[in-house]
Design a protein around this ligand. Structure first.
Ligand code: 13P
Length: 341
């Protein structure tokens, strides 16, 4: 094996114990949906104000090591004129960037998608690096339904993820590799386990084919859970055991860290499931978080787009971030026991 590189060290830094990643890279369409559900109007200004609120919440850097930004935010200035990237860098929080262009219908495969964005990616990456981004994210979306996913769709998505990851490393970034098996549907946890394992095996075969350095990447998978419409919600101990079983079989020990997405779990559910996994450690990889909804939900609702709610919203964010920081160490005991509560 070759000697440890700067990228290996960055992958470690982003997921060091007690820390995780905030995904704040919702596309304009996605954040508009979430804002609308909270009665917030969506404009460049409200997106900027909301994200500034998050990035300047108390003790932000104590739990958050990196933030995944949307392109708009990477080049945006906060209300006081400081670039958003500087707001993060001042706190030694590493800026990252979502680089995919979204999941599009896969021709010939009804009901399935492939993530696009490889054309011109090398040139975009160079611009993002110049703007201060140091890690990247690409999300592939895998749906569970009768007869789905097909091997064809799995292979197409794995290939795109691997080509992206190789390019990101070439351009000096730590790639976050995100194959998300969706929670949508009435399938049970066994089905989710089977599909997640198949997906991860395809992804790691493709990463090997494309010579991606496993030591310098972060895997961002779904947790293994029951489908949203399944009547059962398996408890954290079961989710932990099933998720770990799949990871052990499919994820090489050379990968330094797994930073989960929340995928539509409630904030408390996502924290408890992560905590349960870390209680069963040590594991070959560090287990951390890269949540969007499960970190932001309480804060966005508390803010509701009003200046007078900023402090309350920041406290809500700080509390949830602190809960997840404890969960990375298997030390979460319930929301009221965190120091930020
Ligand atoms: P959620 O945690 O809301 O699933 O989002 C994570 C993410 O970055 C999706 O790409």
């Amino acid at each position: 094996m070759t000697a440890a590189t700067d990228l290996d060290q960055l992958a470690f830094h982003l997921t060091r114990p007690g820390h995780g990643i905030l995904a704040a890279d919702e596309s304009t369409g996605t954040i508009e949906k979430r804002f609308t559900a909270c009665g917030i109007s969506c404009s460049e200004e409200t997106r900027r104000d909301y994200r500034t609120l998050l990035f300047t919440s108390p003790r932000f850097a104590e739990a958050i090591a990196g933030v995944i930004l949307y392109e708009e935010t990477l080049f945006q200035k906060a209300a006081d004129g400081d670039p958003m990237v500087r707001v993060l860098e001042r706190q030694s929080v590493v800026p990252g960037i979502k680089v995919d262009k979204g999941a599009k219908p896969l021709a010939g495969y009804p009901g399935e998608t492939v993530t696009e964005g490889l054309d011109g990616l090398r040139e975009r990456l160079a611009r993002y690096h110049e703007a201060g981004a140091r890690f990247t994210k690409w999300r592939a979306v895998i749906a569970i339904a009768e007869g789905l996913p097909t091997s064809g769709a799995l292979e197409a998505n794995a290939e795109a993820l691997a080509r992206y990851a190789a390019l990101a490393q070439e351009q000096g970034f730590v790639p976050i590799v995100e194959p998300e098996v969706l929670m949508d549907g009435d399938h049970d946890i066994d089905r989710c386990a089977g599909v997640t394992e198949r997906t991860l095996r395809a992804v790691f075969a493709a990463l090997a084919r494309h010579r991606v350095r496993l030591e310098a990447m972060i895997l961002k998978p779904n947790m293994v859970v029951d489908g949203k419409k399944h009547p059962r919600r398996s408890p954290p101990e079961t989710v932990a055991e099933r998720t770990l079983g799949v990871l052990r079989r499919a994820v090489p020990a050379a990968v330094p860290a797994v930073a989960f997405l929340s995928g539509g779990q409630s904030p408390e559910e996502a924290t408890r499931n992560l905590d349960a996994m870390n209680r069963l450690g040590p594991h070959p990889w560090r287990l951390s978080f890269s949540f969007a909804r499960a970190l932001q939900e309480d804060a966005m609702r508390a803010w509701a787009g009003r200046t007078e709610n900023v402090v309350r919203a920041q406290a809500a964010f700080a509390r949830r971030a602190a809960c997840n920081a404890l969960a990375t160490q298997g030390r979460y005991d319930g929301a009221d026991n965190t120091s930020a509560a």
